[in-house]
Design a binder for this molecule. Sequence first.
Ligand SMILES: C[S@@+](CC[C@H](N)C(=O)[O-])C[C@H]1O[C@@H](n2cnc3c(N)ncnc32)[C@H](O)[C@@H]1O
Length: 231
Amino acid sequence: MSHADRIFLETTRRLAPRRLAQDDVHAALQLAQVEPGKPVADLGCGYGRHLRELVQYGHRATGVDRSGLLLAEARAEAPGAALVRADLRALPLHQGSLAAAFCFYSSMFLGSEEDAALALVEAARVLRPGGALVLTSDNPLRLAASPHVKIEHEVPGLGRVVEEGRFDGAVDHVRKTVRLESGEILEAKFHIRYYRPGALAALAYVAGLRFARLHEPLTETTPQLIALLEK
Ligand SMILES: C[S@@+](CC[C@H](N)C(=O)[O-])C[C@H]1O[C@@H](n2cnc3c(N)ncnc32)[C@H](O)[C@@H]1O
């Protein structure tokens, strides 16, 4: 059985400080230039760490995710947000209903190439003309420079976490194992698809979106790729 949702929740909650989600949302809003009060969505919102910040900025935010476990946590994390359990490839949102959409940390890109294309088409459909889609991911240039990673650490209050990754140039194949303090072992594999700016622009174009710009130029040391696509 895959423990992907539980591992994501337990490790990210403990290892990612609130400041990181605040910075992610700040950068995304700088790119999207959306006025407070307008309808926005976090596509693949997880347990709601970015939704919480979007609500703080005064946005009318909806979180979409397929995980019941993570959405239940999001209810407590971001009480001011609307939550929808759905697949990003078939959004239960009206055409042209959003001023902006955000997809933090590759949530659209955890499946096949076709899944990624379908999710982008759906995002394009639900955006208003002129609406912004901000996508963030880890930096594919940095991954390509160090394609093999093995990290082991003790996480206080959780247990021993082992993360092994192999980036094949397009997909990062990650295996995470957590040995909980109770002795229980959680294990999951993640296959995260990465797009360099040129490839992202091509994918966006097919979905009816225009690659507008990056938050900052991408080098091997840039922490994240943060891209603005426009309808
Ligand atoms: C890496 S986590 C990131 C979550 C959140 N964006 C964050 O940064 O905290 C990916 C999230 O995307 C969701 N997800 C992945 N593929 C999805 C799909 N096809 N439909 C709906 N949710 C999806 C997962 O359930 C998970 O919550």
